[in-house]
Design a protein around this ligand. Structure first.
Ligand code: FAD
Length: 462
C-alpha cells in the first residue's frame, strides 16, 4: 500500500496524504475496453482477473465467418457469436485517432501488416494483440471463461460466478471480489425495426450482426434499413452481388432519395411503411419493391444478462442508469463500474480515461462526490436531455460533446487533455465520411494534422 495525495476534480489536495487501498477486481470482457482497464488497474496496484468468454482477446475485432442460428438475433437461446464484423470492414476512423493515448496505432512497416490509414479489421486485432503483449496482459486473462453471475454481497464484496467453456471443461468458479468492472461490449444484442405487416411477409429477415459477405445475396432484392456507418458500408458491399439494394432511411433529406450516383442497383428511400403478404415492401413515399430479404442495420441494445439483484442500475429503453458520467451507479460506486458505454465516439481513448478514473477511484487516490451529489448530476443531465427532446435511448450517444467528456475525465485523473490533432482529424474525417462515403478512407486533406500527430508519437516510439 502506497501513500499518496488524493485528487479531487483534477487538483491534488495538498498536505493530507492517504493510504492507497488496493483491491481485487474482476473485469468482465477482454475486448479493447477490458484490456485497457486491466492495464490501468494493474498500474494503480490492484489485483486483476479478466474474464473472457472467447478463446482470445480483442472482442469485436475477432472476426468470425460464423453467423447465429437466429439471423435476427431474437431467440434468447441462440448460440451467440460475439462479433458483428463483416469481412470487408475497414475502420471508419483514421488509425492515428483510434489508438490508445500512449501506444500509437501506427503502421508497423512489416510486410504482413496492413499499413493503410484506415486499415482492415485484422490490423486492429493485431494492434490490440501488440497492446496486450507490450503490457503483459495475457497473464491476467482467463480465456474461455464466461461470467454468468455478478451480484452484490454484504460489506462491499461482489460475488462473481463463471464457467469454463473450453472443450469438455465446464468447471465453475464461485469467487468474491472487492469490485467489478463491466466491459462486455454493446454490439451483440440486436435491435430490430418494427414494420407493420411483417408477420405475414414471406421473405427472410436478418440483422447486420449476422451479415458477413455479399455472396449469399446473389441476385436477390434486398431492403436494408438504417443509416449508420455499418448501413453505409453494407449497402455498398451488398450491391456487388445483390440484384437490387433498397436502403430505407429515417434520417435522410428529401432530395437524396432515388437511384444513387455511381450505382445501377442501389436506391435510397424514406422509411418502410408496410410489408405485405405477397412479398412487396412499400415506402412512405408510396414507392414499392418486391423483396426477398430485409436487412436490419438498426443498432444494438445494452445487455447484461449476468447482473443479478442489482436494482441500483437497470436498462430502460437502452439507457443504462442511473450512472454518474456513464460509469458509476451512485448507490454502489465505486464497487461496480461500466466502461465503454458511450457511442458515436472515439472508443479506445475514452475507455482508457474511464479506466484510469476507475482505477484511481478504487484505490482512494481520486475522490468521487457523495452519492447525493452524483444523483443530482445525473438528474440534471437527464433533465437537459429531456428539455432538448433527446430520446432516452440516446442517453449514451455523446458524439457531439465526447471530447469535453474525455477532457473532464483527463482533468479528473491528472492526464493530459485530448490532443488537438486528434480532435481536428476526427472532425475532418466525419465531414469527409458524409461527403464522400466511397472514398473517404483513401483520399484526405488533413496532412497537417498527420504531421503533428507523428511528431507527438515520437515520445512513445523507440
Ligand atoms: P467488445 O470489443 O465487444 O468486447 C467485449 C468482450 O467481452 C468480448 O471479448 C466478449 O467475448 C466479452 N464478453 C461478453 N460477455 C461476457 C461474459 N459474460 N463473460 C466473459 N466475457 C464476456 N471502433 C473504432 O474505434 N473504429 C472503428 O472503425 C470501429 N468500427 C466498428 C465497426 C463495427 C461493425 C462495430 C460493431 C464496432 C466498431 N467500432 C469501431 C467500435 C468497437 O466496438 C470498439 O472499437 C471496441 O471494440 C469496443 O470494445 P469493448 O471492449 O467495449 O467491447
Amino acid at each position: 500500500k502506497l501513500t499518496t495525495y488524493p485528487i479531487h476534480h483534477g487538483s491534488p489536495i495538498p498536505m493530507t496524504p492517504i493510504q492507497l487501498t488496493l483491491k481485487k477486481v474482476a473485469v468482465v470482457g477482454g475486448g479493447a475496453a477490458g484490456l485497457v482497464v486491466a492495464r490501468e488497474l494493474r498500474r494503480e496496484g490492484h489485483k486483476v482477473v479478466v474474464f473472457e468468454r472467447g478463446a482470445q482477446s480483442g472482442g469485436t475485432w475477432v472476426y468470425s465467418p460464423e453467423i447465429e442460428s437466429d439471423p435476427l438475433g431474437l431467440d434468447p437461446t441462440r448460440k451467440i457469436v460475439h462479433s458483428s464484423l463483416y469481412s470487408s470492414l475497414r475502420t471508419n476512423l483514421p488509425r492515428e485517432v483510434m489508438g490508445f493515448g500512449d501506444f500509437p496505432f501506427v503502421a508497423s512497416g512489416k510486410t504482413d501488416r496492413d499499413s493503410r490509414r484506415f486499415p482492415g479489421h485484422e490490423e486492429v486485432l493485431r494492434y490490440l494483440e501488440d497492446f496486450a503483449n507490450e503490457f503483459e496482459l495475457h497473464e491476467l486473462i482467463r480465456y474461455q471463461t464466461e461470467v454468468s453471475h455478478v451480484g452484490f454481497e454484504t460489506q462491499g464484496k461482489w460475488k462473481v460466478k463463471s464457467r469454463r467453456n473450453a472443450g469438455n471443461d465446464g468447471s465453475e468458479f464461485d469467487e468474491t471480489y472487492d469490485a467489478v468492472v463491466v466491459c462486455n461490449g454493446h454490439y451483440t444484442e440486436p435491435r430490430i425495426a418494427e414494420i407493420p405487416g411483417i408477420e405475414l411477409w414471406p421473405g427472410r429477415q436478418i440483422h447486420s450482426h449476422n451479415y458477413r459477405i455479399s455472396e449469399p445475396y446473389q441476385d436477390q432484392v434486398v431492403v436494408l434499413i438504417g443509416s449508420s456507418a455499418s448501413a453505409v458500408d453494407i449497402c455498398r458491399d451488398l450491391s456487388r452481388s445483390a440484384k437490387e439494394v433498397h436502403v430505407a432511411s429515417r434520417s435522410k433529406p428529401e432530395g437524396s432519395f432515388g437511384k444513387q450516383a455511381g450505382y445501377d442497383n442501389l436506391w435510397l428511400h424514406p422509411m418502410i411503411e408496410r410489408a405485405h403478404e405477397d412479398g412487396r415492401v412499400t415506402f412512405q413515399d408510396g414507392n414499392m419493391v418486391l423483396a426477398q430479404v430485409i436487412l436490419h442495420c438498426t443498432g444494438y441494445k445494452y445487455h447484461f444478462p449476468f447482473l443479478h439483484n442489482i436494482a441500483a442500475v437497470e436498462v430502460d429503453d437502452n439507457r443504462v442508469g442511473p450512472l454518474y458520467k456513464h460509469v458509476f451507479p451512485p448507490a454502489l460506486a465505486p464497487g461496480i463500474s461500466f466502461v465503454g458505454l458511450p457511442w458515436k465516439v472515439v472508443p479506445f481513448i475514452l475507455c482508457e480515461l474511464q479506466s484510469r478514473w476507475i482505477a484511481g477511484t478504487l484505490s482512494g487516490r481520486i475522490l468521487l462526490p457523495s452519492e447525493e451529489k452524483m444523483m443530482e448530476d445525473i438528474e440534471a443531465f437527464y433533465s437537459k436531455l429531456n428539455a432538448a427532446g433527446v430520446p432516452k435511448r440516446y442517453t449514451h450517444n455523446i458524439g457531439d460533446h465526447q471530447f469535453d467528456y474525455d477532457d473532464w475525465l483527463a482533468a479528473e485523473t491528472g492526464s493530459p487533455p485530448i490532443e488537438e490533432w486528434r480532435k481536428g482529424m476526427y472532425r475532418a474525417c466525419s465531414l469527409r465520411r458524409r461527403a464522400q462515403p466511397e472514398t473517404y478512407r483513401d483520399e484526405w486533406d488533413d496532412d497537417d494534422w498527420i504531421s503533428v500527430a507523428y511528431q507527438d508519437f515520437k515520445q512513445y516510439l523507440s
